[in-house]
Design a protein around this ligand. Sequence first.
Ligand code: SF4
Length: 293
Amino acid sequence: MRVQTFSILAGSEACNARCPFCISRMTPPLGVRLKEPAVNWRNFEVACRLAKSCGVTTAMFTGKGEPTLFPDQITKYLEKMGKYEFPLIELQTNGIVLAEKIDSYDRHLKTWYEKGMTTIAVSIVHYEPEKNREVYVPYKKNYIDLPRLIGTLHEYGFSVRLTCIAANGFVDSSRTLDKLLCFAQENKVEQLTLTPVNKPDAEHNGHLESWNWTTAHCLRDEQLGEIQAHLESNGSKLMVLGHGAVVYDLHGQNICLNNCLSVQPDADGMRNIIFFPDGHIRYYWQYEGAILL
Ligand code: SF4
């Protein structure tokens, strides 16, 4: 059985962004240093061994909140997993503290690079700062200087991916996608992914704000169809990934269009091994029952 990705949940549910589509954010207390959440290191070893024996090539730090709020924990994870030599090690982040506190994150970024981290994936919703501000930091006057952050991460030696959530009123057409591609190329971004915002469930399950936002902003079928047709007719298809995502080269820029369908019970085996800090190991995010340990 070959598994593509080993996802490691780092940090806690605390996040410094306020994305209206997020159901797990928790406001970090102002001025109080967050307590690093405990990790079941014994089971992390088990998860690493499992991922290695399943042929995982990519380990990805992600979180229910923002992983970079706990930089020392990321370093500990990297130290523990070093002996397994995963070739690609990625960090998913909203980029806010990396951009705003670069001086205090200098030592962390150097250490992460030395310990094998290869890629930093910064989540965005647009190429325009004001659109990103509206979604990520509506409580602030300005969004981060994203071009500067990308340049800084390149200087540390990281490869940069922009992971863009596609939403109605944001990147929702071939025209806006082309502008996003220009932004990526101007900033020498190695990889770009576009993921349509999840369509809401029939019930809001207590997450009314997120349900309202995603209902209003999920891409209509014709919008997604127009983007797909643009990529098919003007791009070169490079690869179809196991979970249905398609990677294209469009005007020399790598772009991966993610498939919203993340549960594929007919697919051959697991696609993802997910380590939770409490020691549980799962293979789908959304189902409690998809559990190995
Ligand atoms: S950056 Fe991620 S964790 Fe934070 S609020 Fe946005 S979607 Fe949620």
